[in-house]
Design a protein around this ligand. Structure first.
Ligand code: F6R
Length: 622
């Protein structure tokens, strides 16, 4: 969702801000803007794609002047529709303060009333305009910038990362954050500020992470960081783990394509991460790898004490939770309940002693998941997060963390992070089964071995990139597509349907094969496309019967199946085969043709698969 950037120092401020915003496009937005320090501030805003803003900036004579400080923003509309008046930066009523904001001010209504009583009027529908005026209010009262920011910090409820400029101070960029990401980059005679390091990685990889409730002042040569008590904090810079290569598309047309192709590597990295923990004896060796409890920052005893598992997550991460459920219940015989994080708090949750709450999240920022996690903690549960972004809010909030090793995922539709979440779920289940004495040493060894064969098999599935094209061509004009599966296949079909609908805008639904006849089958008519997933030997017969039921009502059927699952090929318009693996891990292979199908259909329909309409990469609002 919203992305912020800031720059102060020697450099082409305008170009640096626009380049930073381009790097943050993946977060999702529907308007954008910049403010450059001048007297008065120079501001340009535009609705729609960043290209619109760039055009306006090029056309503005004022923007061509040299500037040494500025802020920028991509906005994903929450309070008020996408319009120029609601786009950031927002200017205070007396034009003394301008800021950009990522987050939500929860008590904005009462603060607005307070400010109105003080004579403030508002031009936008946003919560952010309330924040900028509150800052100005305290600033005019105290005549002290830092003091004003500390006063505002005490008043604001909700989440925010702000980059702020004051008319009074031509040389200092101010920032503050709570529960929204913010990172500082140190350049030569310059400082950068952004929601995400990728925004300035082309200029520097020397970074200062910013902690919750810290306030910063940045000038050409100096950085000052203050904690919530107003004390100055000394912090050394570090080098960002992210490399430039990771944030560029390289030879690929889209990030989604690049990220699908990265899956063999990142799944392997996740498996290896689970074996080799820093400061620990490396567990196992190349021939005989062993997963370690410590990878989850847990002990064997922690695992033994788990009596039930509750997974809370959203979207694809929620689908990964369903796979974890199947595998964990099968291997460890520990009951697992999977819940939508957005529903968890409102379902009067009952958590038992010994129940581990697992939140799964790529970004580690998803507001629904974070809120559910906080609720679980309030109810006394032990919490584990399976997260991709290091140090993210969800990781910090959890008792235990497992970091998937997907690296930065830029395409809005998740692919590689989802695959790593599946791998994390397998490893967790295996360790739980081992700790509970539910599987023998021999079984543990053979399942581990099988897991280490997965990256190679995922590699084989990359050939679906082209193989899927004929099927994609047949499906691209469909209005509705049905996905069917039983057990684990159903869990994967949910992900296949979501992937296709989110980037091709075709209505897709996944149904448990057995459930179809209880209502949905009435939707099947001549030519309705139905994609059947078939990877579970013992369920295949039943699933095939369900496919026959729709076929005999005119459906056009497609099969994606594991090698060795027998079907009557002539019953299917297309029949795609993934290599054989242990049935519990089959989802990691079935998902590849489904990802490629979505990607290709999106391309065939002329859409940009990396930036589907209305969607944001990190969903930081509830
Ligand atoms: C779909 C997708 C979303 C996310 C969901 C949760 O392709 O990416 O459904 O899975 O928004 O996001 P995270 O994993 O960041 O919590």
């Amino acid at each position: 969702m919203c992305g912020i950037v800031g720059f102060v120092g020697q450099g082409n401020t305008k170009d640096i801000l626009l380049a930073g915003l381009s790097r943050l496009e993946y977060r999702g937005y529907d308007s954008a803007g910049i403010a450059l320090y001048s007297q008065p501030f120079t501001m340009v805003k535009a609705v729609g794609k960043l290209e619109e803003l760039k055009k306006k900036v090029s056309a503005s004579k004022d923007c061509q002047l040299p500037y040494s400080m500025g802020i920028g923003h991509t906005r994903w509309a929450t309070h008020g529709k996408a319009s120029e008046k609601n786009a950031h930066p927002h200017l205070s009523m007396h034009k003394e303060v301008v800021l950009v904001h990522n987050g939500i001010i929860e008590n904005f209504a009462e603060l607005k009333t307070f400010l109105q009583e003080q004579g403030y009027s508002f031009y936008s529908d946003t919560d952010t305009e309330v924040a900028v005026n509150l800052i100005e209010y305290y600033y005019r009262k105290d005549k002290d910038i830092l003091k004003a920011l500390f006063s505002v910090q005490k008043e604001l409820k909700g989440s925010y990362a702000f980059a702020i400029m004051f008319q009074e101070d031509a040389k200092t960029l101010y920032a503050m954050r709570k529960d929204s990401p913010l990172i500082v980059g140190k350049g030569e005679n310059a400082f950068y500020l952004a929601s995400d390091v990728s925004a300035f990685l082309d200029y520097t990889n020397e970074i200062y992470p910013v902690e919750n409730r810290e306030i910063l002042s940045l000038s050409e040569k100096e950085i000052h960081i203050y904690n919530k008590n107003g004390e100055e904090v000394k912090r050394s810079s570090t080098i960002a783990e992210l490399s430039q290569r990771q944030i560029h598309k390289g030879e690929y047309l889209h990030f989604m394509e690049k990220e699908i192709f990265e899956q063999p590597k990142v799944v392997k990295d996740t498996l290896l991460y689970a074996c080799n923990q820093e400061n620990e004896e490396p567990a196992g060796n190349a021939e005989n790898p062993k997963f370690s409890y410590e990878a989850f920052s847990m002990t064997e005893k922690d695992f033994q004490e788990i009596s039930r598992v509750r997974v809370i997550a959203c979207g694809s991460a929620y689908h990964a939770g369903w796979v974890l459920k199947s595998v964990c219940e099968s291997l460890a015989r520990v009951p697992v309940q999977v819940e939508l994080a957005s529903e968890f708090r409102y379902n009067h949750p009952i958590l038992e002693k010994g129940e581990l709450v697992i939140s799964i999240s790529q970004s580690g920022e998803t507001a629904d998941t974070l809120a559910a996690l906080k609720e679980a903690k309030k109810l006394g549960a032990k919490t584990l997060s399976i997260v991709n972004v290091k140090g993210s809010a969800i990781a910090r909030e959890s008792d235990f963390v497992f970091y998937t090793q997907a690296g930065p995922e830029i395409a809005v539709a998740t692919t590689k992070a989802y695959s790593c979440q599946l791998a994390a779920g397998y490893i967790f289940s295996l360790l739980l089964a081992k700790a509970k004495g539910k599987i023998s040493k021999e079984e543990t060894r053979s399942l581990t071995e099988e897991l280490f064969l997965l990256p190679g098999k995922i590699q084989q599935c990359l050939s679906f990139d082209q193989e899927i094209l004929p099927m994609a061509k047949e499906l691209k004009d469909a209005d509705n597509i049905f996905f069917l599966g039983r057990g684990l296949d159903w869990a994967i079909s949910m992900e296949g349907a979501l992937k296709l609908k989110e980037i091709s805008y075709i209505h897709c639904e996944s149904y448990s094969s057995g459930e179809l006849k209880h209502g949905t089958i009435s939707l099947i008519e001549k030519g309705s496309p139905v994609i059947g997933l078939l990877s579970q030997e013992e369920l295949a017969g039943k699933s095939i019967s369900n496919i026959h039921e729709v076929r005999s009502r005119g459906a056009k059927c497609f099969a994606i199946r594991m090698e060795d699952i027998a079907i009557e090929e002539e019953d299917f318009a297309h029949n795609l085969i993934v290599p054989k693996t242990h049935p519990l891990f089959a989802g990691s292979l079935l998902v590849l043709p489904l990802q490629f199908l979505s990607y290709q259909v999106s391309l065939l329909k002329g859409f940009d698969p990396d930036k589907p309409r209305n969607l944001a990469k990190s969903v930081t609002v509830e």
